[in-house]
Design a protein around this ligand. Structure first.
Ligand code: ZN
Length: 279
């Protein structure tokens, strides 16, 4: 019986970050969340758009949420309780921080799956959103640091000091520009670069200084980024490399980057917190 099976569904509690929201029917909302211990979960929040809903202003992007839901294998889980554990309003008040935050959530959506928890990535995402809420942290730098840490967390850390192909230690090489290959997994020695370029994919070159910046960025805790500054040219070159690398290995181009380059006025999902604070 449907009624009996409904009541037998287990109730689950977890910390969560809202990745995407879709309107459902007249007043409900489907939210895709990344949870600490359950990976990605899709939940139906019935009546979330009603002014008196207990979820009103709760299911915003960037906030750490405490959610409770009835799980279901065959369909959407149904949200039964929710609260904001940490509100990060600063991200919705500044367009650059907002876009960087969207980029972070989008990569998390691409890099995680249902029922595959990744507590390390969950914590990294919280730390990055916290950093983005700090006025002394440059949003583009936090985004770049996140991209590098995200790749490492997924086991896709680009080779920066060793050859990605043969593993040779390249830390003593002093060339200004060094060959890199997304396909091979990062920096290459001269021999492997010749082979890679001759047989397979066109090679890119990257300033060695940029790769060193990437290394030191990966050693800096995201919470300590407020004191970190890197030269704009270095950031730009490194950004291209890391974006290209991530796009190649995730086989997609994150949507927010496209928004950023275009003259489009803004992202598709406005936060509801403005409405909530106005009520
Ligand atoms: Zn090599």
């Amino acid at each position: 019986m449907a009624r009996g099976s409904f009541s037998r569904r287990p109730t689950v509690r977890d910390r969560a970050l809202c990745l995407r929201r879709y309107r459902y029917g007249e007043s409900s909302l489907v939210v895709r969340v990344f949870t600490r211990s359950h990976g990605q979960v899709s939940l139906l929040a019935k009546g979330a758009y009603r002014m008196r809903s207990r979820y009103f202003g709760v299911l915003d992007l960037f906030d750490t949420l405490g959610l409770e839901w009835r799980a279901s294998r065959a369909e959407l889980g149904s949200l039964t309780g929710g609260e904001v554990l940490e509100r990060r309003r600063a991200l919705s008040a500044d367009l650059d921080r907002y876009r960087a935050g969207l980029h972070v959530l989008e990569l998390v959506a691409l890099g995680t799956r249902e029922a595959e928890p990744d507590p390390g990535l969950f914590q990294l995402t919280l730390d990055t959103l916290d950093a983005l809420a700090q006025p002394d942290v440059e949003p583009e730098l936090a985004r770049l640091a996140f991209d590098l840490a995200f790749l490492a967390q997924l086991g896709l850390k680009p080779a920066l000091e060793d050859c990605a192909s043969c593993g040779r230690d390249l830390s003593r090489e002093r060339a200004k520009l060094v060959p890199v290959s997304y396909r091979a997994g990062g920096r290459l020695c001269t021999d492997c670069a010749t082979e890679e370029g001759g047989h397979r994919s066109p090679l890119a070159r990257q300033a060695l200084g940029n790769l060193k910046v990437a290394q030191s960025l990966m050693k800096t805790p995201i919470a300590a980024l407020g004191r970190t500054r890197i030269a704009p040219a270095s950031q730009e070159g490194l950004d291209r490399f890391v974006q290209g690398f991530a796009e190649y290995h995730l086989e997609t181009q994150p949507r927010v980057r496209t928004v950023r380059r275009s003259t489009s006025p803004g992202p598709a999902l406005p936060p509801t917190s403005t409405r909530a604070s106005a009520s």
